[in-house]
Design a protein around this ligand. Structure first.
Ligand SMILES: NC(=O)c1ccc[n+]([C@@H]2O[C@H](COP(=O)([O-])OP(=O)(O)OC[C@H]3O[C@@H](n4cnc5c(N)ncnc54)[C@H](O)[C@@H]3O)[C@@H](O)[C@H]2O)c1
Length: 445
């Protein structure tokens, strides 16, 4: 069996500087900036980053051929990255990193010089969408189209001043109130009319996405905000031949869920209930304490099990599954989230069992390498002339965006296979389907 590789990919080299622009200079973004600067200076290692450490197997197992991701595909190097962003608080990244209290003081002090140079541009912000925040560094405009135009000139200016050849945008700002698509989101024309008449259903994150795409800047959505899901913005991404992906970085509890749940299902074990709770004390936790913002998170966190433990496909195993997700704002823990999962499962003859998971994680430490990988892969996708939804990056998201009509793939291992095969596809390497009969004398062709 031969898998066809029809497209002849011409990937241009990653020459010059790449601007990595983040709406939001909070805990995740500053941990990402500081991490890259620390790694560049040899102060730390890029643990958790697939682009920096991951390897891809090439060819048959007998060839024993592996390549580092960064040697297989032409990614921008860390030295080529230039960081910028927007925030409603005017503190530079050094001050914001201190405020976030994720990294040790000594490390932040050692990086004071590069971090102090990252000064947030004024934000497009609307309290209707994030109730728990208010800050002074906010743009004023005639209407939402005017705000989008201001963001577009920010992007152009930033690239000019910093001599950047290309840019990518990764949303690292707060979670907005849940906003399902409305009539204004159904087409690009309706959306642009809505921007001009200040339609209240258009959120700031959608304005950033619009501005990025109009500037042909690939856009990755790290939060559960509904932006890259909107038909109008998908239409724009295709029209501008620019990649988009999302949504919501898959870091702690959901990462483990997409490892454990497929395992249980693959062994045909039943699940009666999955109770997940978290305590979190950072600003993200404070924002998620608002029911509207929590609703966005709840949607992206619960969808995972609905798809993996499909009631429709396995009614005898999952029809009565109770899935509950809670997040409680608890300031003493800061960024060090604690997640508990109680999983009630049942096996042979219906006998019940339980699994308990207690994950004492660090939210931004898990998210920062994802920001790096997404920035580098979205830039790669753009240079490989990919446009629209990049489903091969599902690996990084709680709620992967897919073409309409497709069920998202949540299983982390399957997501990695898809990612690896896409890299092989980009580089004209043979795709690996794991049939493996050739080793036993069976002709697979
Ligand atoms: N850390 C994780 O493990 C993780 C996982 C999945 C998703 N996320 C998402 O990543 C995002 C960032 O998380 P964080 O912990 O850094 O939060 P944070 O609160 O520390 O930082 C968010 C920053 O965004 C700013 N902001 C809010 N609205 C803005 C706007 N419209 N424009 C510009 N700036 C704006 C805030 O002022 C704040 O500084 C959140 O949406 C969070 O839900 C984080």
């Amino acid at each position: 069996m031969k898998l066809e590789q029809k497209r002849d990919f011409k990937i241009s080299q990653a020459q010059g500087k790449l601007a990595v622009l983040t709406p939001g200079l909070g805990a995740v973004a500053t941990t990402f900036f500081a991490g890259v600067e620390a790694i560049k200076r040899g102060l730390a290692r890029p643990i958790g980053s697939y682009t920096q450490i991951g390897q891809v197997r090439l060819g048959k197992r007998t060839e024993n051929r592996f390549k580092k991701v960064s040697e297989l595909v032409p990614l921008a190097s860390l030295d080529q990255l230039v960081f910028g962003g927007w925030d409603l608080f005017p503190e530079n990244a050094y001050e914001a990193a201190k405020h976030a209290q994720v990294l040790e003081k000594d490390l932040i002090e050692a990086l004071k010089e590069p971090l102090s140079q990252i000064i947030p541009m004024s934000a497009v912000f609307d309290r209707e969408f994030v109730k728990r925040l208010d800050g002074p560094n906010v743009k004023k405009g005639l209407n939402k189209m005017d705000l989008a135009d201001q963001l577009r000139s920010d992007i152009r200016n930033f690239m000019k001043v910093n001599h950047c050849d290309r840019a990518v945008m990764v949303w690292c700002a707060s979670t907005e109130v849940y906003t399902p698509p409305s009539s204004v989101h159904q087409s690009l024309q309706l959306f642009e009319e809505g921007l001009k008449r200040n339609d209240p259903a258009i959120s700031p994150s959608q304005i950033y996405t619009y501005a990025a795409l109009r500037e042909r800047v690939p856009y990755a959505n790290g939060s559960p905000n509904v932006s890259v899901e909107m038909p109008c913005l998908q239409e724009l991404a295709n029209e501008m031949a620019t990649p988009i992906c999302g949504s919501d970085f898959k870091t702690g509890q959901t990462l483990l869920k997409t490892v454990i749940a497929p395992g249980l299902r693959n062994r045909q074990l039943g699940v009666a209930g999955w109770y997940s709770t978290n305590i979190l004390g950072n600003r993200d936790g404070e924002v998620l304490d608002d029911p509207g913002s929590f609703k966005s998170k709840e949607v992206s966190k619960t969808g995972v099990l609905t798809d993996i433990l499909s009631e429709k496909r396995y009614p005898e195993l999952y029809k009565d599954l109770h899935h509950v997700v809670r997040i409680n704002y608890y300031p003493p823990r800061g960024d060090n989230k604690e997640g508990w999962d109680n999983i009630d499962i049942f096996g042979w003859l219906g006998y019940p069992m339980q699994i308990k998971v207690n994950f004492l994680c660090r939210d931004s430490i898990l998210a920062a390498p994802i920001v790096l990988d997404l920035a580098l892969f979205m830039d790669l996708a753009s240079r490989a002339q990919m446009r629209g939804i990049q489903e091969w990056l599902s690996f990084y998201f709680k709620a992967p965006v897919t073409q309409r009509g497709l069920t998202p793939e949540h299983d982390l291992s399957v997501q990695l296979l898809k990612l690896e095969n896409t890299l092989r596809f980009f580089t004209q390497e043979e795709l690996i389907h794991h049939l493996g009969l050739t080793y036993y004398g069976v002709d697979e062709g």
